[in-house]
Design a protein around this ligand. Structure first.
Ligand code: AMP
Ligand code: GLY
Length: 421
C-alpha cells in the first residue's frame, strides 16, 4: 500500500506515524512533509495547496490511497481532484469542507437543522454591521467568514473593539477575501472541548475528547495561536455530556450534511463549549486538529489506515474504533515571539528519547543540519495512566528538545487538573 499524505506539520507527523503502524504500508509520500520526517517518509516538497503539483505527482506515482490533512487543500477541492484521477482519499470533498471554509454556511446549517450554537447575524455590508453593533450585547464575537489561520475570531470586550474588528475585516481587508463577509455572534461562556470524529457520511464515531490551549502565554494570557498544547481525554467531557453531544450535535450534523447533498467523509472536528444551557458548537473544522491529533492518535488502539479506509468506502459502522483508557499530554515548543514575528534557522537538537515521541511541525534541513523553520516547532507527547503523570512526563521529554529562542507554556494541562479536583 502506497500512500500520499498531504501536509507537513506536527499533525501530519502524528498521522504518518500512526499510518506506518500498519504493516501493509510500504511507501508514504509527504506533500510537502518537512526535513524532520525524511527518515520516516519521502518528503516531496510539493506544497499542500499546489493542487496542480499534487495531481501531477499522483499521475506519476503508484498511489493507492491519499490522506488530505490541512484545511486549505480540502476547501480548495484537493479530494475532488484526486478522486477524478481514481485515487480514493481520506477527507471531505470541497462541497462538504465548506463546513469549515465558510462560517456563514455552518451557522446557517446549524440554524436550519436546530443544532445548538451561539445566536448570530451575518453581514456582507459594513454599514449594516456597524448599525447592528450599536445595540448588540457586549462582549460580542466577530468572525471572518473564511479561513484565516485561526486568527479570524475577535472577542470584543467593548463596542469600540467590535467596530474596529468589523472595519478591519470588511473595509481594510485584514483577512483578504475571508473577511468580506462577517459573522457577529453571541458571546458564550463555559469550558471548551474538542471532539474529532471519524465519519463516512452516514455513521459518526467520535474519537477521545481533548482540550487545546490556544493562548500563547501561561494562564491563558497573550494572543490566540494555533494551539500551544493539548491533553486527552478532556475531563469536562463526561459520559452525560458525550451522550447529549451525540444526540444533539454529532448525529444531526452528519444527517444535515447528507440532507444538503454534501455528505461529509473524513474527520469532522467539533469545537464545543459546555455552557450552562448544554453543549453548543463554537466551530466545525473539516479536518484533524493540530495539536489535538498529537494526543488523540497516540491513544488510538485500532488501526488508523483501516478506520480511514472505512470512512472512504462507507463501512465505518462495521469498523471498530477503540481508544486506550489512558491519558495523553502534548507540549508545543515554539519560537519565541510566535504567533507574531519570530526568528528561524536555529539548529534543532533532540535526544533520541525525546525525538521518538516528538512531532515536528516547523523544521527543515539546511546544509545538512536540521534547523527551525516555523512558529510552532515541535509537539512532544507523553502517555500515562493518569493525567498528572502524562503532564510531568511530557515536560520531562520536552526538555530533550532544544533550540535557541525556544518557548513553551509551562501550564499545559493545569486547567484540566483543576477540573478533576
Ligand atoms: P474559533 O477559531 O472559531 O475556534 O475561535 C477561536 C476561539 O475563540 C475559540 O476557541 C473560543 O475560545 C473563542 N470563541 C469563538 N466563538 C466564541 C463565542 N461565540 N463565545 C465565546 N468564545 C468564542
Ligand atoms: N488546534 C485548533 C485547530 O486545529 O483548529
Amino acid at each position: 500500500m502506497n500512500i500520499m499524505l498531504i501536509g507537513g506539520g506536527g499533525r501530519e507527523h502524528a498521522i504518518l506515524r500512526s499510518l506506518k503502524k500498519n504493516p501493509t504500508v510500504e511507501t508514504v509520500w509527504m506533500l510537502p512533509g518537512n526535513g524532520a520526517m525524511e527518515s520516516e517518509a519521502i518528503c516531496t516538497g510539493i506544497g499542500a495547496t499546489d493542487l496542480d503539483g499534487i495531481a501531477q505527482f499522483a499521475k506519476e506515482h503508484p498511489v493507492d490511497y491519499a490522506v488530505v490533512a490541512p484545511d486549505d487543500p480540502l476547501v480548495l477541492g484537493c479530494v475532488d481532484r484526486l478522486n477524478e484521477l481514481g485515487i480514493p482519499c481520506f477527507g471531505p470533498k470541497a462541497n462538504a469542507a465548506i463546513i469549515e471554509g465558510s462560517k456563514a454556511f455552518s451557522k446557517d446549517l446549524m440554524k436550519k437543522y436546530g443544532i445548538p450554537t451561539a445566536k448570530y447575524e451575518i453581514f456582507t455590508e459594513l454599514p449594516k454591521a456597524l448599525e447592528y453593533l450599536k445595540t448588540a450585547p457586549i462582549p460580542t464575537v466577530v468572525k471572518a467568514d473564511g479561513l484565516a489561520l485561526g486568527k479570524g475570531v475577535i472577542i470584543a470586550q467593548t463596542r469600540e473593539e467590535a467596530v474596529e474588528a468589523v472595519t478591519d475585516m470588511m473595509a481594510n481587508a485584514k483577512f483578504g477575501k475571508s473577511g468580506t463577509t462577517v459573522v457577529i455572534e453571541e458571546f458564550l461562556e463555559g469550558p471548551e472541548v474538542s471532539v474529532l470524529s471519524f465519519t463516512d457520511g452516514k455513521t459518526v464515531k467520535p474519537m477521545v475528547s481533548s482540550m487545546d490551549h490556544k493562548r500563547a502565554k501561561d494562564n491563558d494570557q497573550g494572543l490566540n495561536t494555533g494551539g500551544m498544547g493539548t491533553i486527552a481525554p478532556n475531563p469536562y467531557y463526561t459520559d452525560a455530556v458525550a451522550e447529549r453531544c451525540m444526540q444533539e450535535i454529532f448525529l444531526p450534523t452528519i444527517a444535515a450534511m447528507a440532507a444538503e447533498g454534501r455528505p461529509f467523509q473524513g474527520c469532522l472536528y467539533f469545537g464545543l463549549m459546555i455552557t450552562k444551557d448544554g453543549p453548543k458548537v463554537i466551530e466545525y473544522n473539516c479536518r484533524f486538529g493540530d495539536p489535538e491529533t498529537q494526543v488523540v492518535l497516540p491513544l488510538l488502539e485500532s488501526d488508523l489506515l483501516t478506520v480511514m479506509q472505512s470512512c472512504t468506502n462507507g463501512t465505518l459502522a462495521d469498523t471498530e474504533v477503540k481508544f486506550a483508557d489512558k491519558h495523553a499530554c502534548c507540549v508545543i515548543t515554539a519560537s519565541e515571539g510566535y504567533p507574531e514575528a519570530y526568528k528561524k534557522g536555529y539548529p534543532l537538537v533532540m535526544t533520541e528519547e525525546a525525538a521518538a515521541c516528538t512531532y515536528v511541525a516547523g523544521a527543515k534541513v539546511a546544509d545538512g543540519v536540521l534547523v527551525t523553520n516555523g512558529g510552532r516547532v515541535t509537539g512532544t507527547t507523553a502517555i500515562a495512566a493518569s493525567l498528572p503523570e502524562a503532564i510531568k512526563e511530557a515536560y520531562r521529554l520536552a526538555d530533550g528538545v532544544q533550540f535557541e529562542n525556544a518557548y513553551r507554556r509551562s501550564d499545559i494541562g493545569q486547567r484540566a487538573l483543576q477540573a478533576l479536583k
